[in-house]
Design a protein around this ligand. Structure first.
Ligand code: NDP
Length: 330
C-alpha cells in the first residue's frame, strides 16, 4: 500500500482533468492525477472529433486523449491508474482512498470525474454506438447532412438536440415514450413550429437495427406503439439518444453542494465548490454545454484557482492576524 502526498490531487482523466494537470504541473505544483476506470473519459468511446480546435483533420477521440495524457505527463504530472473509492473532504489535507489500497493526501482537490450519457440498453445499441448512434448532436450532427435522423427523449436535451440537428439533417423525428414533453414550453413551441421536425408520441425503442458488413452501421429502429401495442420498423440514418446524463458525483454526496440533478455546484465564472480547497471542472459540473473544449477550459480555471489558493495560503500574509484587531504586545 502506497501513500501519496500532493499539493494538487486531480480525480478524472478526461479533457478537464488532463488540462488541470497540465496547468498545475507547469506551475510546479507536481499534481497527482488518478485516472478512474475509463482513462480518457467519454472521448475514448467517440470516433472522429471535428470540433476540438487545433486539428485540421478530424482526430480520433482515443488519440486526442492519449495526446493529452502524454502532454500532462511530459510537464510533470504523476498519473496513477487507480480508482478513488472514498474521499474525506473534512480533513486537511484531504484524504482519498484508492481501489488499490493506496492513500492520497492532498492540500487541494480538483474534481473532473465527468458524466455519462444515459443509454436505453436496448439490443443493438452498443453494437452501433459510434456507427449511427450518438448521445451528442453538437459532436456528431455534422455527419448527418441531408440525412434522416431520430432523437429519443422528451426533455430539454432531446428538444435542443432535435432543433440543432435541423441545421444538418433533412428530417428529424423526435421519438418519445409518453404523450407530452417535459421540455420547457418555449422549447416545445420551437419544436412544434419547425417544418423539418415530426414527433412520434407514446413510442418506445424495441431494438436498434443495422448491418455489420462492410462495417457496422445503424439502418433502422424497431418501435413499439404503446397506444396500439403494435410494433413497426422504420429506416433511419442516425439515432441520437437524449434521455439525460449521470454526473459521477457519488463520492462527494453529502460533502459538497449539488444541484437537484446531482451536478456539483460551482460559482459563476469560477470552478469553486462549497469547500475552499476543492474545485470542480468539466461535465461533472456542466449540465449545459457538455463539450470537451469547455471541460478543458474549466480544467484550466480549476488549476489556476487551486494555484492561487495555495500561493495565498503559503504567503506570510495569510498567517498574519486580520487587520484592525488590536494585538497584545509582550
Ligand atoms: P430529463 O431528465 O429532463 O429528460 C429525460 C427525458 O428522457 C424525459 O423525457 C424522459 O421521459 C426520457 N427518458 C428517460 N429514460 C428513458 C427511457 N429509458 N426510455 C425512453 N425515454 C426515457 O433530461 P435532460 O437531459 O433533457 O435534462 C436534464 C436537465 O438539464 C434538466 O433539468 C433540463 O431542464 C436541463 N437542461 C437545460 C437546458 C437548457 O436550459 N437549455 C438544455 C438541456 C438540459 P419521461 O418524460 O417520460 O420521463
Amino acid at each position: 500500500m502506497a501513500r501519496f502526498e500532493t499539493k494538487v490531487l486531480i480525480i478524472g482523466a478526461g479533457p478537464a482533468g488532463y488540462t488541470a494537470a497540465i496547468y498545475a504541473a507547469r506551475a510546479n505544483l507536481k499534481p497527482v492525477l488518478v485516472t478512474g476506470i475509463q482513462p480518457g473519459g467519454q472521448l475514448t468511446t467517440t470516433t472522429g472529433v471535428e470540433n476540438f480546435p487545433g486539428f485540421a483533420e478530424a482526430v480520433q477521440g482515443p488519440e486526442l486523449m492519449d495526446q493529452m495524457r502524454q502532454q500532462a505527463e511530459h510537464v510533470g504530472t504523476g498519473i496513477i491508474y487507480d480508482t478513488i473509492t472514498s474521499v474525506d473532504l473534512s480533513q486537511d489535507p484531504i484524504v482519498a482512498q484508492g481501489d488499490s489500497g493506496d492513500v492520497y493526501l492532498a492540500d487541494t482537490l480538483i474534481i473532473a470525474t465527468g458524466a455519462q450519457a444515459k443509454w436505453l440498453g436496448r439490443p443493438g445499441e452498443a453494437d452501433y454506438s459510434g456507427y449511427g448512434i450518438s448521445a451528442c448532436a453538437v459532436c456528431d450532427g455534422f455527419f448527418y447532412r441531408g440525412k434522416e435522423v431520430v432523437v429519443i427523449g422528451g426533455g430539454n436535451t432531446a428538444v435542443e438536440e432535435a432543433l440543432y440537428l435541423t441545421n444538418h439533417a433533412s428530417k428529424v423525428t423526435l421519438v418519445h415514450r409518453r404523450d407530452s414533453l417535459r421540455a420547457e414550453p418555449i422549447m416545445q413551441d420551437r419544436l412544434f413550429a419547425h417544418s423539418k421536425i415530426d414527433v412520434m408520441w407514446n413510442t418506445e425503442i424495441v431494438a436498434f437495427l443495422g448491418k455489420d458488413q462492410p462495417s457496422p452501421r445503424l439502418t433502422g429502429l424497431r418501435l413499439h406503439d404503446r397506444t396500439t401495442g403494435t410494433e413497426s420498423v422504420i429506416a433511419v440514418d442516425g439515432a441520437f439518444v437524449a434521455i439525460g446524463h449521470d454526473p459521477a458525483t457519488a463520492l462527494f454526496r453529502g460533502q459538497l453542494d449539488m444541484t437537484d440533478d446531482g451536478y456539483i455546484k460551482i460559482s459563476q465564472w469560477s470552478t469553486a465548490t462549497s469547500r475552499k480547497n476543492v474545485w470542480s471542472a468539466g461535465d461533472v459540473s456542466d449540465d449545459r454545454y457538455k463539450q470537451a473544449v469547455v471541460a478543458a477550459g474549466m480544467g484550466c480555471m480549476a488549476a489556476l484557482e487551486a494555484e492561487k489558493y495555495l500561493a495565498d495560503r503559503a504567503s506570510p500574509a495569510a498567517n498574519r492576524p486580520p487587520v484592525g484587531i488590536p494585538q497584545l504586545v509582550a
